[in-house]
Design a protein around this ligand. Sequence first.
Ligand code: SAM
Length: 401
Amino acid sequence: MGQTPTADHLRNHLVDLIRRDVRLTAEVERVMRKVPREAFLPGIGLEEAYADQAVSIKDNPLGGPLPLSCASVPSVVAMMLGQLDVQPGDSILEIGAGTGYNAALLAELTGANGHVTSIDIDSDVALHARTMLDRAGYQQVHVMERDGLIGAPENAPYDRMLAAVGLWDVPATWWEQLSEGGRLVLPLRWRGQTRSVALIRHGDNLVSHGMQLCGFVPVIGQDGEKTTALNADDTIRVIHDEDQAVDAVALRESLSTTTGIEVMSEQRIGGEESFDGVWLRATAADDRVCRLQVLPEAMAQEPLLRPAMPVRSPALIDGDSLAYLIVRREGADPDRPHRLGAASYGPQAEKLAQDLIAHIEDWGSARTAVPRLTVTPISSDAVTGGGHVITKRESRLTLTY
Ligand SMILES: C[S@@+](CC[C@H](N)C(=O)[O-])C[C@H]1O[C@@H](n2cnc3c(N)ncnc32)[C@H](O)[C@@H]1O
């Protein structure tokens, strides 16, 4: 019988696995190999603590699939720490203390001359983080029970700010707390998708320095993202921003009474090839982009043309019509056996499908291109250099390719 692996062994193994997909700086790798994740997850088995998955510590009292609080997926934690680029001596604010694990990593990265403040809105969670950080030897981290949308002005300014929770908007208060040239990393939602964006402050503008697709529990206190049911069972939904009018009655009618059409693009992909950039690209040009979510029970019951990823596919909505991304297998090219296309329903199905195809082709002309995102407070008239503007409540997003 083999020996039971130790926590050190499992931790090193996990970091080895993460390194295959995420480029780690030497410092991030060092702290990921050092900080014991299991110390922040009491009662959880070692194997679970070192799987590359989120671990829930408090259920959502409102129900739903997402917990109120969890330790984030380790590979996502590592990716975001890379985006944050902490320097020794940095003063750091984390929004969403959760287990306290990420705050410990931040404390290691900034070192003895730096400072970490970590805040959580939930009193049980803040107490959990405080207790675990103390036990693991990170008494120097300042944990506060606080609404992160307000930030923590008492310890500001910060060189680095990290949100470990999904934001729909960038709160105006955060600009005042981030140093000039400082970095903010946050999972930001727009048009139904979430991207972890690294932003650097230049006066009133926060300018992106890369972004990665990710998923996160939503922050408590922002409700600009809406969910609209497109069938009676609420198993087909669109997730959209509040500035996008969705005519649920007309769309339900179109889905239930019209036959969908399929139009294919010229873009082929390999089995493992990512195509989430189609969504990102479309958001930089078109205000009708949102997320289609089809639950497994609907896939089994409804005669709906299969979306690219049933729970999470980019879609276009225009009045009574809907188009969404599809992937179909075609034998012609063995290296790239799949082709991207659009399925579409409603009176404008043909036109909307062609509009989605145009976004797919735009993506295909520069598949790995990443836009520049500039975030500006809504009250500011700072120049952003042009691009497609999405207006939120407290900020404006400008996307440029
Ligand atoms: C994914 S968890 C954070 C994981 C954590 N960084 C760790 O290392 O375990 C997200 C946390 O954000 C907190 N949260 C949600 N809304 C918040 C808000 N408005 N202000 C502060 N914290 C919030 C939740 O209570 C939850 O603990």
